[in-house]
Design a protein around this ligand. Structure first.
Ligand code: PGA
Length: 256
């Protein structure tokens, strides 16, 4: 079911105490907003943040990555069981920083997607093109390749546990977000692709977020686009006031 979601990807930021303070401030700020809010702390802060929020909190907790196996000789990795044990309900998969800095390919991401689903974790699956790909008219091709490969073998019923985040790589952390119309065009395309892959109506039922330099000053115009259901926010999710303000604007624009 399609929802309005505000998600905060803290990336490699926040020590435990600061993470707890940020989560508490976020919870306080969004508690009366009728939208869904998820924060993605670094691994070390997941459990402390979950503990302080509690299992009934309006602010849900997720992880930024995971390994696909439950356990084993995988030095430095974290399994889906460990994430659930720590209180994570969601996991971000396929973030462009995982793809580009750590060399994750679609085959690996697909394994992770299937593993997360089979362990009852909800997924935020990120897709998006590089500037060069956009300039060469390859945006749709890139998105299609990613979505088709990453969701290979996924059943239609599983789509309710998957959120798509369109994150043009050139807009991440740059301060330059996609223009609302540019993002809307891709969101529309993503929905049509999902219809093609999973049957008519699949695309319009899914939550598709925009990510890439989302700030209080640009969320209004982005959220006015009919196919943008919310935001996956990096930098601005570390500033409680900004993140909450994005939530307030999202609530207003979506008429909730
Ligand atoms: P940004 O990051 O908001 O700092 O651009 C978004 C993301 O990478 O999810």
């Amino acid at each position: 079911m399609r929802k309005v979601i505000l998600a905060g990807n803290w990336k490699m930021h926040e020590l435990i105490e600061d993470g707890i303070a940020l989560a508490k401030c976020t919870e306080q700020g969004v508690k009366d907003l009728p939208i869904n809010v998820i924060v993605f702390p670094p691994f070390t802060a997941i459990h402390p943040v979950f503990n302080v929020l509690g299992s009934d909190s309006k602010v849900r907790v997720g992880a930024q990555n995971m390994h696909y196996e439950e356990k084993g000789a995988f030095t430095g990795e974290i399994s889906p069981l460990m994430l659930k044990d720590a209180g994570a309900e969601y996991v971000i998969l396929g973030h462009s920083e995982r793809r580009n800095i750590f060399g994750e390919n679609d085959e690996l991401i697909n394994r992770k997607v299937k593993s997360a689903l089979s362990h009852g974790l909800k997924i935020v699956l990120c897709v998006g093109e590089k500037l060069e790909e956009r300039e060469n008219g390859k945006t749709e091709e890139v998105i299609k390749n990613e979505l088709v490969s990453d969701l290979k073998g996924v059943a239609k019923e599983d789509l309710e546990n998957i959120i798509i985040a369109y994150e043009p790589i050139w807009a991440i952390g740059t301060g330059v977000s996609a223009k609302p119309e540019q993002a809307e065009e891709v969101h529309k395309y993503i929905r049509s692709l999902l219809d093609e892959m999973f049957g008519a109506g699949s695309g319009s039922n899914m939550t598709v977020l925009y990510g890439g330099s989302v700030k209080p000053k640009n969320i209004e115009s982005l959220a006015k686009m009919p196919d943008i259901d919310g935001g996956l926010v990096g930098g601005a999710s570390l500033k409680c006031e900004d993140f909450v303000e994005i939530g307030r604007i999202l609530t207003k624009v979506k008429g909730l």
